[in-house]
Design a protein around this ligand. Structure first.
Ligand SMILES: [Zn+2]
Length: 207
């Protein structure tokens, strides 16, 4: 039993060292299988990602990666707090935030607005940092994409002011305005229907 455990840890350690020695280089499954020396190499990679927090990217994260290709771009693992939050809390927060990054508005699974070759992957972030006494509670958590989480787009990502937002919307094409309308109706179905009721009454009484 102990021997099996050792070979598992050994394969994971070999993969970890290999990824860290090849930051920024795309590697395929043959190479990684050979490095690990075991058939369950892919599971060890998942452990590096899920348990240790290494941001190992695949074709699910990047459209330019082919299935079976892996890429580690930054050596620093994700902070442990993101992984310490329960699955239920994570699901609750993602659902409450509409699977949308609360900093830049990127939607999970869609190309990222500031880095269109990346598919948006969402993490759970703290509103008040844990170091400042913030808790792991849903009220202190929000969905945040990996681009914002890495701080790559901090400067561009203040929340738009209402006036600016409406100006942008007025200047947009009808197709984009209608897309915004559909998104708003999906987000605020009750409010949308009561607004619509008021509008219809107004136009009926005017006629
Ligand atoms: Zn974002």
């Amino acid at each position: 039993m102990e021997k099996i455990q050792k070979s598992k840890d050994g394969a994971r350690a070999k993969l970890r060292a290999h990824f860290l020695a090849n930051i920024g280089r795309v590697m395929n499954s043959e190479e990684l299988r050979a490095v690990a020396g075991i058939s369950e190499w892919a599971r060890r990679i998942r452990e590096l990602r899920d348990n240790e927090g290494y941001l190992i990217l695949t074709h699910n994260d990047r459209s330019e990666l082919k299935p079976g290709e892996y890429l580690l771009e930054i050596a620093k693992p994700q902070p442990a707090f993101d992984r310490a939050i329960s699955k239920e809390t994570r699901a609750f927060v993602l659902d409450r935030n509409g699977f949308t990054c609360q900093m830049c508005g990127a939607v999970a699974g869609e190309p990222h607005p500031y880095d269109s070759v990346r598919k948006t992957r969402l993490h759970i972030g703290h509103i008040i940092d844990k170091s400042m006494g913030g808790k792991d509670e849903p009220s202190n958590l929000r969905a945040i994409c990996s681009v914002c989480n890495e701080g790559a787009s901090n400067l561009t990502l203040t929340r738009p002011e209402q006036l600016k937002l409406l100006t942008q919307l007025r200047r947009a094409t009808s197709t984009d305005q209608l897309a915004a309308l559909r998104w708003l109706i999906a987000k605020f179905p009750t409010q949308a229907s009561s607004e619509l009721d008021i509008k219809l009454k107004e136009s009926n009484s005017a006629a």
